[in-house]
Each structure stands twice: as structure tokens, then as C-alpha cells.
Write a protein that binds this ligand. Sequence first.
Ligand code: LMR
Length: 335
Amino acid sequence: MKLKVLLTGLAAALISFSASAAIEPYVIKFSHVVATDTPKGAAAEFFKKRAELLTKGRVKVEVYPNSTLYKDKEEMEALQLGAVQMLAPSLAKFGPLGVKDFEVFDLPYIFDNYDELHKVTQGPIGRSLLDKLEPKGIKGLAYWDNGFKVFSSNKPINTVDDFRGQKMRIQSSKVLDAQMRALGVLPQVMAFSEVYQALQTGVVDGTENPPSNLYTQKMHEVQKYVRVSNHGYLGYAVIVNKKFWDDLPADLRGQLEHAMGEATEFANRIARQKNEDDLEAVRKSGKSVVFVPSDAERNAMKKALVKVHEKMDDRVGLDLVKAIYKETGFDPNKM
Ligand code: LMR
């Protein structure tokens, strides 16, 4: 009798152990540095919903927004170490990883609009850039849009000359460093999470970002002037730890790819409107003066900045720059 009880108990324990092992979900920690109410923040939440639904709960996605888990540089290291599984860093942040090519997206005025950009991000050039991440233990899944950048500062930025001598925060891209220097600006690399305070305390005079980041971080409250320059693009590569990804059961990977496809479509659908709405909100707040340059003023800035392309050929690769020109029809000699 005793043996029977023991065996029954053992069998029950085994069943419950294997059942709990079977239902233990795979966890994707998705860390990012922006607010939830931004194109990237909203798309991360969208991905979570769809991924959990399509995998019927076998995958759990935990989204950590606003640098709550890691700041810019740390999150890249955390991904490689497997402390988080998914990120969507801006394309300007891949240099320190040793993949400088992504800084091509930072070249001022290289894309005039989202259509031109999508020819690159949704075509073979975009794919081949993502493939360059694999030797770093990273798999690139998709590109998500944010938008075109505005300049902001506590000093006037109406003319190109106004920029001279100002201090501005940049992301870790050497192309952005060259862009600022072409304007006579002293660039300062800084984590996104530190920008608001640096602007508030005067550590830097200004910065650049699409309106969605400016507004959701309340940077406009500590910036007197905003110039709607649309001088460059800011977007993201969604990346995963390659080992984690490759080790997933194939059916789950397929479902996650599907969810990522939907999230990408969602991100790229909302990005433009979100930036338009947030620029309008900045205007309405009355906290900073929003200046929209005339065609002549825009051309003056373009003239000052397009020379950065040639300067940075070596950094990002001349062949890549030419391939993008061919795809978009950009002509650096045409103003
Ligand atoms: C920045 O650091 O300015 C942006 O890249 C933040 C982001 O992820 O949009």
C-alpha cells in the first residue's frame, strides 16, 4: 500500500513537473530608451500583444521603456550578453559595436521623405546592412521609422551662422559629429536619458531629434527655439540576441517573425502622423518658438551640410553611399 502511494505521488510529481516545464514561456526582454507614446514605444507594445497572441502565450514579451532597464550603450552590451533579448536602437548607435555602415542613415539630407527611405530600408541594401550584425552575435529583424529631425536650442538657430559656437548633444555617430562641426557646433555625445537635464542645466545649448522625441521627453520645455529643418532621418533597427533567436523552436520563430512584420507595418504607419501631432503640440505649448525655414533658408543649410557626405565616404563606405544615391535619385550637386 505504502509503495502504491509513493509511486502515485511520484507519478503526480512527474506529471506536474513536465506540465510546468511545458508551459514555462520563453521571455523576451525588450529594452528601449524612449517614451511609450512614441512610434518605437507604441510599436514595441504592439509587438508584445501580437507576439503573445500568435504564440498563444508560449512567448512572453516584457517591454522596458524610457531607459528604465538600460541606457544607450549599456543596452547594446546587455543584448550581446543575453541579459535582454530584443532592442531597437537608433541607426546612429551601431558605430560603437563596430558596424559603422548604419551611420549612412545619418548623412544630412540623404533622404527627402519616407518613400525614398523605404526604398533602402525595405530593399536589398537594408537587408545586407542587417546581415552585417550577425558576426557580432546579433540578428537584425526589421527597420522601424521614427522621422525627420528638427534642431532645438536655447540660443537662436534661425540662420546657419547662428549655430556657430553652440554646444549640442548628439548620439554616438561620427557622421553626426561631422554634421555638427560643419555648422561650427561643438558636438557632445550623451545618452538619451541624460539630454533633458543637460538642456535644462545648460551643459549643452541644444540638440536634434524628431518632434516625437522632443515632445515626449518634454525637451521643448527647456528649449527656447525649434527649427523645423528636417535635415536628417532618425529610425531604428530591431535586433535580437542571435543565439536566443536561433535556439527558439522553429514554429515560435515563425510566429514571432509574423508579429514583427505586423509591428513594423504599424510603426511605419503611425510614425509620420505622430511626429506631425507632436510638432503641433510643441507649437501649441508656447514653450518654444517654432521656426519653419523658407526654401532659401533650407537651401543655405543644405549647402552647408551636404559636404559632410564626401567627408564621411570613408567612414560609411563610398559604395554604400552611391548605392543609396542610385536607389533614391539623390544628387549631391543639385540643390
Ligand atoms: C536619441 O538618442 O536621440 C534617439 O536615438 C533616441 C531614440 O531611440 O529614439
